[in-house]
Design a protein around this ligand. Structure first.
Ligand code: ATP
Length: 432
């Protein structure tokens, strides 16, 4: 169903998924804080990414490089020179905007005043390390995680002895001084990327590209991104980086329009060649019987926060059931913050509460992501769990005390069935 961004932002805050960053002090533009449920949702998406893109394959390795890197890295990668956005300033209200995102690049969208000429605005966030004040400690917070992989290419090859093709995956924070952070988690100044550099023989890039494209679609379906909102867009040559002969943007229909969710780029041998030139260390692939060569690179680059937003938008639903009108987040069970919630039918009957706690602990032994709720009546508890997308609610009632069965209520159908307590781990797919 269609949902407004305001509705998603309000639900995210109300239920503890995402809060505005530093809200206590009036906020800080371009930052958001993940609350208790948001952490669970985000980590589930990340976990499935590791499973689907890394650990289920035999050709992938993992890396976790530092956020702070030697500034020469950004010279080699091209960021120092070209990682800019065109900035325009309004002569009247002093507002600053990204020229390429304006409908009319001459008129201020806020006050209608005249906008000046665009100038290149460097997007990297600067920081200072060390104690000297002579500029020698000037560093940048990485604007992408990818470079950590290229910089460690030799270390990885020397220590792990992989065969081509192979890939290296990394998840971590990236920072960009976006001119206008906006649209909730879509464009922020601090965000998390999940990136892969997949190294291939030059002649093998096309099949690897297709392979990653299908992996991306499989992963998106697995985490519950609505396939009807996804469009794979071939980026035309004039918009691609000069070294890339194919780039596909996976776009998502957000409540504010269709925009990039993630990207898949063929980068040729640009990165390893540049780092060889700048570092003076030969990063070519060497094997007996052939000339040394630079492996070519396929780069699937995912934004974790944009994925969280896409999953929230895809899951949001409202419907009318026997129990009345409700908001229901139809998360995939593997992604939902909680796999199940356990309720004692009545909170003031100590036998029911004790039994419910026993079942809760039993379930938590196989899956820690189980909620316990004894607040308000059962209808209210269902409503609460629907809103945070818990797939199943388990109620302990008087019959449980007699015959050891409980009811399981299904979030999507609202139907209930009775099962023996010992069947719960299977019924809730806890072991998967
Ligand atoms: P855009 O054109 O939207 O600025 P981009 O093409 O600059 O994005 P890339 O440099 O390809 O983005 O970064 C890879 C991924 O990182 C993006 O597909 C997106 O998911 C994520 N990403 C990039 N910038 C941001 C941001 N400011 N906030 C949140 N996620 C981002």
């Amino acid at each position: 169903m269609s949902v407004s961004l305001e509705t998603v932002v309000a639900l995210a805050k109300r239920r503890g998924f995402v809060f505005p960053g530093s809200e206590l002090y009036g906020g800080l533009a371009g930052t958001w804080d993940y609350g208790p449920l948001g952490v669970l949702l985000k980590r589930n998406i990340e976990r499935l990414w590791w499973e689907e893109c890394v650990f289920s394959r035999e050709d992938m390795l993992a890396l976790d490089a530092a956020i702070l890197m030697n500034p020469r890295v950004w010279d080699a990668s091209g960021h120092t020179e070209t990682f800019t956005d065109p900035l325009v300033e309004c002569a009247a209200c002093k507002g600053r905007f990204r020229a390429d995102k304006l409908e009319d690049a001459r008129r201020c969208p806020t006050c209608g005043g005249a906008l000046g000429e665009p100038r290149a605005f460097r997007l990297m966030v600067e920081a200072k390390v060390g104690v000297l004040d002579d500029g020698s400690g000037r560093v940048f917070l990485r604007p992408e995680t990818a470079q950590g992989i290229f910089v460690n290419f030799k270390n990885i090859v020397d220590t792990q002895r992989p065969k081509l093709p192979f890939g290296v995956a990394q998840v971590g924070k990236a920072f960009r001084n976006e001119i206008s952070p906006r649209d909730f988690l879509f464009r922020t100044r601090e965000f998390e990327q999940m990136e892969i550099e997949y190294f291939v023989r030059p002649e093998a890039w096309e099949s690897a590209f297709e392979d990653w494209l299908s992996t991306i679609h499989r992963f998106l379906a697995r985490v519950g991104v609505d396939g009807e909102r996804i469009t794979a867009v071939e980026v035309p040559p004039e918009e691609r980086a000069h070294y890339s002969s194919r780039t596909v943007d996976i776009e998502f229909r957000y409540p504010f329009g269709q925009h990039e969710l993630l990207g898949l780029a063929y980068r040729g041998d640009y990165d390893l060649r540049r780092h060889s030139e700048f570092s003076g260390i030969d990063l070519r692939w060497k094997e007996p019987g052939s000339e040394p060569f630079f492996p070519h690179v396929i780069e699937p680059s995912f934004g974790l926060d944009r994925l969280v937003l896409a999953v929230l938008v895809s899951a949001y639903d409202e419907d009318e059931v026997g129990e009345g009108k409700r908001v229901v987040m139809r998360f995939k069970p593997e992604v939902a913050p909680f796999r199940a919630a356990v309720f004692p039918l009545l909170r003031n009957k100590s036998q029911l509460v004790a039994k419910a706690q026993e079942v809760f602990r039993m379930l938590r032994a196989s899956n820690p992501f189980i909620a316990f709720d004894d607040n308000g009546n059962i209808g209210k508890r269902y409503r609460r769990q629907d809103e945070i997308g818990t797939p199943w609610c388990v109620t302990i009632d008087f019959q449980t005390l007699e015959d050891g069965t409980v009811t399981i209520r299904n979030r999507d159908t609202t139907e209930q069935e009775r099962v023996p307590v010992e069947d719960l781990p299977d019924a809730l797919s806890l072991v998967s």
